[in-house]
Write a protein that binds this ligand. Structure first.
Ligand code: NAD
Length: 488
């Protein structure tokens, strides 16, 4: 199985190679097989990408927003037309089951491009009355060259979510995918080019933290948008801050999912499973602290364990596989380490907890979907982001108690509540300190709603009109229609 791209980087409308960069092996996580090799960007590649973006941006920003939107719209159509091939590529790169990548990856990027293609023309400044015939207005202007740095879990989705609002607003974009998943961003670059995006406006460079930091520090780069962990976010935000650059941070979480006694048990179990096992648990917004009110606890756990044990693990390229492996050997070992810690700290293991035996996939990075109950707030598995298929179930008595415990974390990305009492649902969500919340569902992230975190989980928002705000800056213009009042 090979998925070798034409070259490592895409700059100024064409594939570019520089063998002097450190080699990066691309591994199919289900088998451990080498499927491609790319090279990290050298300083020369970083310089080329920034120069291409800087040169292309002013002409692009001068186009009418509908003209820019038309190209995004074409690219969105191409993403949809090629969904099957892109889904396969994403499955090879990430190990996520094809039944997920078909609906959640290129398709989500396509939605995003389509949304911003139309939305940008309606996103304008304001007219402000200043009295005496004078007035002011504001202009929303592009920032210039923007950089996106991606995580491994939703590579093409992240590239789309970042580049679409940036390009719609008239910026040029450089994307550095995670070193674990370098492939699909190159496919997106080809699609943008085919849709008619002028050369230099969407560039892809590969690499690890060095390439990321080199891009952020480049004097011609105006903004960085990172999707990654909190520790990386602190570094990248610190670097951007020291250079007074714009920054959006989409970081990790340890989100609460609260199930009240009156909730529909099947729906609550579905929400908890979606919020812990989708993408083998490698989702930033996952509801990994599942708080269950005592009256529904036993019924919830019975159904949860029964349904968890039926999850089909297998080769992610098989239509039937419902769960694939983790991204890498390192992540696999980290997750198993957390499971061991959960056991040692006294949580009760109800399902999973080990490595499944899967014929022909013995070298893959699989971990069983795992459920712990009797988890307490102080346990490591209830405090740290695991980023694997490990659900912690905690019990609670009352509303005030659960809200206080749910908020007792440095993170604030997401939260969910399951209840039939609508007043309580809105009251609880209103009291939770998190940026992206759900009532009676979990983990749906349509482009029409802003996505992002409170507290250590991030700054800025992706999707919706908020994203256009974060990829632009405001210019205020005061227009005097009378004579200038002067004391001199
Ligand atoms: P990571 O933080 O290890 O890496 C993210 C990206 O940052 C990679 O491309 C990496 O090469 C780059 N990077 C690392 N150090 C850097 C530095 N010092 N300067 C510049 N770039 C640097 O994250 P990951 O392990 O790839 O992804 C998992 C994490 O991402 C989890 O914490 C998860 O919650 C988070 N995540 C957040 C969202 C969100 O939207 N909030 C979405 C997906 C994943």
């Amino acid at each position: 199985m090979k998925a070798q791209p034409k070259a490592s980087h895409f700059i100024a409308g064409r594939f570019v190679e520089d063998d002097a960069g450190e080699p990066i092996d691309v591994i199919y996580p289900a088998t451990g097989e080498l499927i491609a090799r790319v090279h990290a960007a050298t300083p020369a590649i970083v310089a080329q990408a920034v120069e291409a973006a800087r040169d292309a941006q002013p002409g692009w920003a001068r186009l009418k927003p509908v003209e820019r939107g038309r190209i995004l719209r074409k690219a969105s159509d191409l993403l949809r037309a090629r969904n099957e091939e892109l889904s396969r590529l994403e499955t090879l790169d990430t190990g996520k089951p094809i039944q997920e990548t078909r609906v959640a990856d290129a398709a989500s990027a396509a939605d995003c491009l389509e949304y911003f293609a139309g939305a940008v023309a309606a996103f304008n400044g304001e007219h402000v009355e200043l009295g005496g015939g004078s007035f002011g207005y504001t202009r929303r202007e592009a920032l210039g060259v923007c950089v996106g740095i991606g995580a491994w879990n939703y590579p093409i989705q992240v590239a789309g979510w970042k580049s679409a609002p940036a390009l719609a607003m008239g910026n040029a974009f450089i994307f550095k995918p995670s070193e674990n998943t370098p492939l699909s961003a190159l496919a997106l670059a080809e699609i943008y080019a085919e849709a008619g995006l002028p050369a230099g406006l969407f560039n892809v460079v590969q690499g690890t933290r060095e390439a990321g930091a080199a891009l952020v520090s480049h004097p011609d780069v105006a903004k960085v948008s990172l999707t990654g962990s909190v520790p990386t976010g602190r570094k990248v935000m610190g670097l951007a801050g020291s250079l007074m650059k714009h920054a959006t941070m989409e970081l990790g979480g340890k989100s609460p999912l609260i199930v009240f006694d009156d909730a529909d048990v099947e729906d609550a179990v579905s929400g908890a499973m979606l919020g812990n096992f989708y993408s083998a648990g490698q989702v930033c917004s996952n509801g990994t602290r599942v708080f269950i009110q005592k009256g529904i606890r036993d019924r919830f756990l019975d159904r949860l364990v029964e349904r968890t044990k039926k999850i089909r693990l297998g080769d992610p390229l098989d239509d039937d596989a419902q769960m694939g492996p983790l991204i890498s050997r390192a992540q696999h070992d980290t997750v198993l380490g957390y499971i061991e810690t959960g056991r040692k700290e006294g949580a009760t293991l109800l399902a999973g907890g080990g490595v499944p035996r899967l014929q022909g996939l013995e070298s893959g990075f699989f971990v069983e979907p795992t459920v712990f109950s009797d988890v307490t707030d102080a346990m490591t598995i209830a405090r740290e982001e695991i980023f694997g298929p490990v659900m912690s179930v905690l019990s609670f008595d009352g509303e005030d108690e659960v809200v206080a415990r749910a908020n007792d974390t440095e993170f604030g990305l997401s939260a969910g509540v399951f209840t039939k009492d609508i007043a309580r649902a809105h009251r609880v969500i209103g009291a939770i300190k998190a940026g992206t919340c759900w009532i009676n569902t979990y983990n749906l992230t349509p482009v029409e709603l802003p996505f992002g975190g409170f507290k250590a989980s991030g700054i800025g928002r992706e999707n919706a009109l908020d994203a256009l705000r974060h990829y632009s800056q405001v210019k205020s213009v005061y227009v005097e229609t009378g004579s200038v009042q002067s004391p001199y």
